[in-house]
Write a protein that binds this ligand. Structure first.
Ligand SMILES: *[C@@H]1O[C@H](CO)[C@@H](O)[C@H](O)[C@H]1NC(C)=O
Ligand SMILES: *[C@@H]1O[C@H](CO)[C@@H](O)[C@H](O)[C@H]1NC(C)=O
Ligand SMILES: *[C@@H]1O[C@H](CO)[C@@H](O)[C@H](O)[C@H]1NC(C)=O
Ligand SMILES: *[C@@H]1O[C@H](CO)[C@@H](O)[C@H](O)[C@H]1NC(C)=O
Ligand SMILES: *[C@@H]1O[C@H](CO)[C@@H](O)[C@H](O)[C@H]1NC(C)=O
Ligand SMILES: *[C@@H]1O[C@H](CO)[C@@H](O)[C@H](O)[C@H]1NC(C)=O
Ligand SMILES: *[C@@H]1O[C@H](CO)[C@@H](O)[C@H](O)[C@H]1NC(C)=O
Length: 591
């Protein structure tokens, strides 16, 4: 009893302090279990990086032979000259619809419907090829708003659409810096931004699988991926669960690498009612380098715009049907920290259109990312290192939700200043699927047995949460309180060598990879020093290959261990062509 009283007092004090210090920017969050230093949107250390222009070109297509509006496809006869079409009697185009049958590996095309002037667009995914003197002179892929399989379903008044919009490699602060119009719009609408949202692993997969399945990616790979095919009966995706509840489901990305790309596994069947990926996968045929995953333009159109149009058309077609949709932008934000600037107006427009349509009044909108930028100059700065660990998570709830589920709403507002993880998003989605769980009296009783390790964001998340209680390795943990003790040069070299030795250990069994040697030490910091453990972060360069690595090394008495993954801060490009294992590629310099 006395103990809980003491805890209560501490909580109150911490909360008061939190508000004062967060507003002064000293801390991002400051709780009993986790203190995350604060940064302004643009600190001195990243100013020159953020001043650089986006590294992305405008999409242009000088050579267009065919064009479309929302209902038809027609030939631009004025382009004949530039296509050397001098015998019109041998010119024709071929219209084919296509779709993935069974699974995405199996794309099937219809027979050719010939035309040489204009043709109505009757299908969602269309391929056009034009011929002259029997040779192909033009090809393109088009997408039309012709979603055929709408399952009629009805909202219960307490149910909402769920719209999850992922933006790859986007930290919370980078979202504000690069997409100010969108972020201002959301702020006006009363968006809830989770300041202590901490990633749990290095790249997309370990951070997304907890959101999609409530399971770790390691577990999924071990237990549910058989011969590189994922068994989604064993590890059920969140959209399958929404489907069981009668929702229409949709999934899409603007890149083959995005959400559920074909990277480490494939899906045995078409995952959702509406699925953009067969189209995106086929468009690879337009490019010489079909393996590159981040093509930004299809002709004169950005791929991300294609994705946003797809999302909007779904909301139009499914106006009175409930929808769970998950979408992932990748082609712009993956490659450069300034690139998202070009998307700001389009995202703003999409969201304000959804607002004007009244769609947001019955929709839970979740904007999120998997992690911040993982390479380039920005991750070499303190701010960039922290931002890599703190992805965007912003949730917009309809006014009606706020008044219907008062306690749940109050809880999520408080959780803004708590340490949270992707597993919490999954738990929250389960609540939204089953809104009875959000009723005040139910929230009240569930709160009594709230778990420290993972929790719906609609329950009170305990302030004592720390990285170890939610399973986040020290290396990925943003709770550092700003403690950063420089260490002496001897200890520095010692720790740096421990890190390199650990990388070489990972490379054992890969004789095609060079053994790495320490070339440069950027810095080593002691970030935790209690009686039992010492935690160091170290940043080094190795040779050959010039890889820059960032690792967290823990000294437990005489034992030294690496926490989490060792991050690679610069690109390895083709240095690792001789290995396929994604976890090893980061370290391998081929002999
Ligand atoms: C892209 O096009 C816009 C509008 O035409 C123009 O303002 C901008 O300078 C162009 N950007 C580049 C990189 O060419
Ligand atoms: C699209 O273009 C076709 C052919 O030019 C035309 O007949 C049709 O009315 C246009 N549709 C719309 C919606 O503008
Ligand atoms: C093409 O569309 C027709 C309906 O117009 C449909 O019956 C057929 O299955 C489609 N073919 C493919 C490969 O999607
Ligand atoms: C693309 O990937 C495939 C399969 O991994 C490989 O065989 C092919 O050589 C690659 N092509 C290019 C251009 O890199
Ligand atoms: C959406 O909800 C707001 C606030 O509840 C209301 O003012 C607005 O009229 C609604 N919009 C539509 C299009 O229903
Ligand atoms: C994390 O919190 C748990 C209690 O939830 C506590 O036992 C543990 O010592 C804490 N770890 C650190 C590193 O503070
Ligand atoms: C790797 O890329 C470089 C330059 O991009 C090229 O010169 C080299 O031949 C490539 N090596 C391999 C093994 O593909």
């Amino acid at each position: 009893m006395r103990f809980s009283l003491v805890t209560f007092c501490i909580l109150v004090v911490v909360t008061k302090e939190t508000i004062a210090e967060i507003s002064s920017g000293v801390f991002t969050i400051h709780t009993e279990g986790c203190t995350i230093p604060g940064f302004p949107g643009v600190s001195e250390s990243i100013k020159s990086i953020m001043d650089a222009p986006p590294a992305i070109r405008n999409c242009t297509s000088s050579r267009q032979l065919v064009t479309t509006n929302s209902t038809h496809i027609w030939v631009l006869r004025e382009a004949f000259y530039s296509y050397d079409v001098f015998r019109e009697d041998t010119f024709y185009c071929c219209y084919k619809n296509f779709s993935a049958v069974g699974n995405i590996e199996n794309i099937v095309y219809s027979d050719c419907e010939e035309f040489s002037n204009v043709i109505p667009a009757k299908h969602e995914f269309v391929h056009i090829e034009c011929f002259h003197l029997d040779g192909v002179i033009f090809r393109d892929f088009f997408i039309f708003n012709r979603h055929e399989t709408v399952t009629p379903n009805r909202f219960r008044s307490e149910e909402y659409n769920i719209l999850v919009l992922g933006i790859e490699s986007m930290s919370r602060l980078n979202f504000h810096r690069t997409m100010p119009h969108t972020s201002e719009f959301l702020k006006q609408k009363g968006v809830i931004e989770l300041l202590g949202y901490n990633k749990v692993g290095d790249n997309s997969y370990p951070n997304l699988f907890p959101v999609l399945t409530g399971l770790s990616f390691d577990y999924v790979k071990q237990s549910c991926v058989h011969g590189s095919v994922m068994n989604n009966d064993q590890c059920k995706f969140i959209w399958d669960k929404f489907k069981d509840k009668g929702y229409n489901t949709a999934l899409g990305s603007d890149s083959t690498a995005g959400l559920l790309g074909n990277y480490e596994y494939s899906l045995p069947s078409i995952p959702t009612d509406f699925y953009l990926q067969p189209f995106i996968f086929e468009t690879r045929k337009l490019f010489t380098n079909q393996n590159y995953s981040y093509h930004s333009c299809k002709g004169s159109k950005y791929f991300y715009r294609l994705l946003l149009d797809y999302i909007y058309s779904l909301t139009q077609n499914l106006k009175s049907n409930k929808l769970f949709g998950m979408f992932w932008e990748e082609s712009i934000s993956h490659e450069n920290v300034n690139n998202p600037r070009i998307m700001d107006e389009s995202y703003y427009k999409l969201l304000s259109n959804l607002d004007q349509d009244g769609y947001l009044n019955k929709t839970i909108l979740i904007l999120l990312s998997d992690h911040g930028m993982r390479w380039g100059r920005i991750v070499l700065t303190k701010q960039g290192r922290l931002e890599e660990r703190l992805p965007l998570l912003a949730i917009l709830l309809p006014e009606e939700f706020k008044s219907r589920y008062k306690l749940a709403y109050k809880n999520i507002e408080n959780n803004v200043n708590r340490l949270t993880s992707p597993y919490d998003i999954y738990e929250s989605l389960l609540d939204l699927m089953d809104p009875d769980r959000l009723e005040d009296n139910v929230i009240g009783s569930r709160s009594k047995s709230a778990s420290v390790s993972r929790s719906s964001l609609f329950l009170p998340i305990p302030a004592i949460r720390n990285c170890s209680s939610i399973g986040v390795a020290e290396h990925w943990c943003a709770c550092r309180g700003g403690v950063n003790i420089k260490v002496g040069s001897k200890a520095k070299t010692f720790v740096a060598n421990k890190l390199v030795a650990q990388i070489n250990k990972l490379l054992m069994g890969y004789s095609q990879c060079h053994k790495l040697i320490l070339k440069n030490i950027y810095d080593v910091h002691l970030v935790e020093n209690d009686q039992k453990l010492r935690v160091y972060t170290a940043r080094v360069k190795t040779k050959p290959g010039g890889g820059i690595y960032d690792g967290t090394v823990i000294q437990d008495g005489t034992h030294w261990v690496i926490s989490g993954t060792v991050s690679r801060l610069n690109l390895y490009r083709n240095q690792s062509y001789c290995v396929n294992n994604a976890a090893i590629k980061m370290y391998c310099y081929c002999v």
